[in-house]
Design a protein around this ligand. Structure first.
Ligand SMILES: *Cc1c(COP(=O)(O)O)cnc(C)c1O
Length: 356
């Protein structure tokens, strides 16, 4: 086998999905399974559906196309706001989409009319995280406009938190979303079926029993894949944390000083590195670099291995305390963080190995 590889354990993903679906459904929340971090790998999407998610969602049309072509019959939602120029593809591929621009929703309406289809819209509300969404004051007025558009079904309201501004979901801000949904129902006479209360960062509230009345859905990606909620990255009880494992080959092992020798300037990426003198240490290099994936958040599976950093093509490790000791030709495995997983799954240099 050629390294680096990323192993994807479908049965662990299915197990994690089941745990989260059970947790959420115990308080009446449906789970939208988010596939984007795997670039919509059909085996992962299928596992999520078999484990009970109601709907699938991805941020990209190319990924939704992949899911459609793999024959999955589930409702598919586009997570990233649609580009108005792609309205026809959106209506053609997606059951529904998350939206915040009335002109784009009008373009979706024209496309839906032309294609003789129906398109569901979840109107995104910005509750302070400053990523996508309309401000709360504009919700009722915008909803009224959407309600009159042919081919468009206003399915509900949604919000996204803890993505740009790091704002945490609370009973207060999610409660505001639920009460806005009720205001929209009164103003439009429509029944909204969905109040989408955020991503994996809302799980802590679920566990604490603090999700407010009226929220009906969470959109979960990272917590299914990596088994953690995303406020403090605490493990979801009973979930696997190693459904994805990256493995690379060791190409050098040597004893060297822990501080560079000579005058220190910028490193390969423009940073001036700082080092702590720990004397002579045993170091290893793996053939895994930033061209393959993002190296942040790698958690070594071999005891005593420490990640020092990396460059375009090399991952540098301190293996002085490694147990068993590390030799050239060994394969070392790591659990990736979210950024690393995202990069590895889309990298042409990392072989994807699916385990069932
Ligand atoms: C990525 C994304 C999600 C899923 O987030 P996780 O933290 O992976 O659970 C949910 N909603 C939107 C709009 C997204 O872009």
């Amino acid at each position: 086998m050629k390294y680096p590889i990323i192993e994807i354990d479908i049965s662990k993903i299915k197990h994690n999905t089941r745990r989260l679906v059970k947790l959420c459904s115990s308080i009446g929340l449906e789970v939208m399974g988010v596939t984007k971090v795997t670039a919509a790998l059909p085996a992962v999407a299928r596992a999520m559906l078999e484990a009970g998610v109601a709907k699938l969602a991805d941020s990209r049309l190319a990924n939704l196309k992949k899911l459609r072509e793999s024959g999955l019959g589930a409702p598919l939602y586009l997570l990233r706001l649609p580009a108005a120029s792609q309205a026809e593809e959106v209506v053609d591929l997606a059951t529904g989409s998350l939206n915040s621009e009335i002109d784009t929703i009008k373009a979706l309406s024209r496309a839906a009319t032309k294609l003789e289809k129906n398109h569901r819209v979840i109107l995104m509300v910005d509750l302070g995280d400053l990523r996508e969404g309309i401000w709360a004051d504009d919700v009722v007025r915008t909803a009224r406009e959407i309600a009159g558009l042919p081919g468009i079904e206003l399915e509900g309201l949604g919000t996204n938190l803890t993505c740009f501004g790091g704002v945490c979901p609370t009973p207060d801000n999610l409660g505001r979303l639920a009460s806005l949904a009720r205001e929209v129902e009164t103003a439009t006479g429509l029944k909204l079926t969905t109040v989408s209360g955020g991503n994996s960062s809302s799980l802590k509230l679920v566990q604490e029993g603090r999700i407010p009345e009226g929220v009906t859905q969470l959109r979960l990606g990272e917590s299914i894949m990596l088994g953690r909620e995303t406020i403090a990255r605490e493990p979801v009880p009973g979930a696997y944390l190693d459904a994805f494992v990256i493995t690379a080959e060791v190409i050098e092992v040597k004893d060297k000083p822990s501080v560079p020798v000579g005058e220190v300037g910028q490193d390969a990426f423009g940073n001036v590195p700082a080092f702590v003198d720990r004397g002579i240490r045993r170091r290893a290099i793996c053939a895994l670099g930033r061209q393959d994936a993002v190296l942040d958040g790698l958690e070594p599976l071999r005891t005593g291995v420490e990640v020092l950093g990396g460059s375009s093509d090399h991952l540098l490790l301190d293996v002085t305390e490694a147990d068993p000791p590390v030799f050239v030709g060994d394969r070392l495995s790591f659990v990736p963080g979210y950024g690393c997983l995202l990069a590895a799954m889309t990298s042409p240099y990392v072989e994807k190995v699916i385990k069932y």
